[in-house]
Design a protein around this ligand. Structure first.
Ligand SMILES: Cc1cc2nc3c(=O)[nH]c(=O)nc-3n(C[C@H](O)[C@H](O)[C@H](O)COP(=O)(O)OP(=O)(O)OC[C@H]3O[C@@H](n4cnc5c(N)ncnc54)[C@H](O)[C@@H]3O)c2cc1C
Length: 484
């Protein structure tokens, strides 16, 4: 229970209307895009970095836990508050503060919605490269905390490659800059250590980002295949041929069926998978690579290749891809999106395993993912009112992640660990590895007060909102995955 004196202090800092406490409005902040849920103790919405720092200081002095929050689109439970925490959404801090066109740098507040940054700098022929599919909702601060990726991160890299520096509020309310506003910095890379720390070290209040110049030419192609194997092989072959397209995304039949009634993309009826391949750069290179991509797709039995001739058609093509996850609502009331990575050469084998695991457990899985990065996103579709089904869903997620690891891959491509994957951390990290990571918390002065119960094993039980007990969780997974 949050101390009433703290609530009074927080009201003094931000004003009464921006403190939510003891009302049903708290329900809005008990979840994110994952399947985990937990109620906040209070929610405070600061209107400036100074107010935010004063709130953190007050919470610190009252020994209260603090959970930073952006738009709540996270898919691993990162913003789900555990242990009666005070949730601090940064959504009122949403301005572009500075654009330095000559040096291609912008300084923005953390609550700025991702796509609004590119919209704001488009007038200068610039854009911000990391583009999560959730970019119409997610915030730049949330992107920093999760080291977010996106369809166009294949050639240009993820958030950490585009953030020069961050201003953060530490546990005692002090504000510090990590990194800088130019490309060259010296000393320890604390910026790098902070990016991807999932709100466990401090709260981002300003972000200095690199901006990119819009390319001279862009070619967007959609290739349809009658088999997932052929589509997967094309991905390996395109990269193997020495090209790095700006994006290679894949959607399977289940996803196509979900999208068709919503976006009417008119994909071929017999397509088991479609690839979106985008190339950009100098006109000559784009033309030459475009021809090679066509040849590779045809050699892998592509049944149809379409090209977006103008920006409008390109936007339509991407709208289907970026809206695909929402379209799963046409098939089932709930989804659980798994986020594993595999070496590209293992894509075909692991996709087969994903299908087999789904069939064995009687679950429908839609696949829509960043194929060029080998970053799988199997979406397990289910009905959360059916508790027995939820248990199979969690088992399915575990087995898919285990398949990714066994193939030489990683636990997360971009959605973070949060609550969802903490029990699986020992699959890839030793006790010593995790202890080294945990030492960052005291080094930043955060202790256990910032986003408690996240990332490290033993903090929370994934699925507990659906009645999954720790014992039941331990029992799932024939591969012997164990919650700690
Ligand atoms: C439909 C859909 C598609 C998606 N596609 C992608 C994709 O293509 N690529 C991708 O990477 N992700 C994707 N995501 C996941 C999600 O959008 C990203 O992880 C995003 O970065 C989260 O941003 P957010 O503002 O919603 O953060 P939240 O969900 O609010 O928070 C996420 C984490 O960041 C911390 N945090 C938030 N703000 C701050 C701050 N200012 N300072 C410190 N910590 C903070 C929180 O404590 C939490 O741990 C998708 C999600 C959905 C629902």
């Amino acid at each position: 229970m949050i101390d009433e004196k703290l609530i009074e202090r927080l009201r003094d800092i931000v004003g009464e209307e921006y403190v939510i406490w003891g009302s049903d409005d708290l329900l809005l902040y008990e979840y994110d895009g994952s399947i985990d849920r937990s109620p906040p103790g209070a929610v405070v919405l600061p209107g400036s970095a100074e107010e935010l720092a004063a709130c953190v200081k007050a919470a610190h002095e009252h020994d209260a836990n603090v959970v930073p929050r952006g738009a709540g689109t996270g898919l691993s439970g990162g913003a789900v508050p555990l242990h009666d925490s005070v949730v601090l959404p940064v959504t009122r801090l949403n301005r572009v503060l500075e654009v330095d066109v000559e040096n291609r740098v912008a300084i923005v507040e953390p609550g700025l919605v991702n796509i609004e940054l590119s919209e704001a700098v488009a007038q200068y022929g610039l854009y911000y490269a990391p583009d999560p599919s959730s970019q119409r909702a997610c915030t730049i601060g949330g992107n920093v905390a999760e080291n977010a990726g996106g369809p166009h991160c294949l050639a240009l890299g993820v958030t950490t490659n585009h953030v020069l520096g961050v201003e953060v509020v530490l546990a005692d309310g002090e504000k510090v800059w990590l990194g800088g506003t130019s490309r060259d910095t010296f000393g320890f890379d604390l910026r790098g250590a902070f990016i991807g720390s999932e709100g466990t070290l401090g709260i981002v209040t300003k972000v200095a980002v690199r901006l990119m110049r819009k390319p001279e030419a862009v070619l967007t192609m959609l290739a349809a295949f009658r088999s997932l194997d052929d589509a997967s092989q094309s991905v390996s072959d395109i990269i193997g041929a020495g090209m790095v397209p700006s994006a290679i995304e894949m959607m399977d039949r289940v996803t196509i069926d979900a999208c068709e009634p919503v976006y009417h993309p008119g994909y071929p009826d017999d397509a088991e998978a479609v690839l979106i391949v985008e190339l950009d750069g100098l006109r000559e290179t784009v033309d030459e690579h475009g021809q090679r991509v066509r040849e590779i797709c045809r050699a892998n039995n592509s049944s149809e290749i379409r090209e977006a001739e103008d920006d409008e058609k390109r936007a339509e093509l991407w709208a289907t891809r970026k809206g695909a996850i929402g379209a799963f609502g046409t098939i089932a009331p709930n989804y659980y999106l798994v986020d594993g990575v595999v070496p590209r050469t293992k894509l075909r084998d692991v996709m087969r395993q994903v299908r087999e695991i789904g069939e064995e457990l009687g679950l429908t899985i839609g696949n829509v993912f960043h194929a060029g990065d080998g970053n799988l996103h199997p979406c397990i579709l289910f009905d959360g009112r059916d508790r027995a089904q939820v248990r199979r869903v969690i088992e399915c997620g575990e087995r898919i992640l285990e398949a990714c690891i066994n193939a030489g891959g990683a636990l997360s491509g971009e959605h973070g660990i949060g609550i969802e994957k903490q029990a699986y951390m020992p699959l890839v990290f030793t006790e010593a590895d995790m202890a080294a990571m945990a030492m960052l918390r005291p080094a930043f002065g955060a202790g256990e007060r910032f986003n408690p119960g996240k990332v490290f094993p033993g903090g929370a039980v994934h699925g507990s909102a659906y009645g999954i007990s720790e014992e039941a969780f331990r029992a799932t997974g024939p591969g012997g995955l164990q919650a700690v």
